[in-house]
Design a binder for this molecule. Structure first.
Ligand SMILES: [Zn+2]
Length: 77
């Protein structure tokens, strides 16, 4: 079970994934270098390195649900 502090909400538009706010630099509406089509594989256990285009911070996505990216980094609290 991944703690809530390591989760971040995401949204999708068409094939693209974005976040309302970056957890690191607070940029808004950040389009991620990640496609909706990749989400099932991540949910099945494929770790995915994610580099935020706004500030180059990186983390690994280790799972995903309908609303949240679940990561290896503490993002809040
Ligand atoms: Zn950022």
């Amino acid at each position: 079970m991944i703690p809530f502090s390591q989760t971040w909400p995401y949204e999708t538009i068409g094939k693209d994934v974005y976040v309302m706010n970056c957890p690191y630099c607070e940029a808004s509406n950040v389009l991620l270098p990640l496609k909706v089509a990749e989400l099932p594989a991540i949910h099945d256990g494929k770790k995915r390195l994610l580099v935020f285009p706004c500030c180059n911070h990186s983390l690994s996505i280790i799972d995903v649900d309908a609303d949240y990216l679940l990561t290896d980094k503490r993002l809040r609290g």
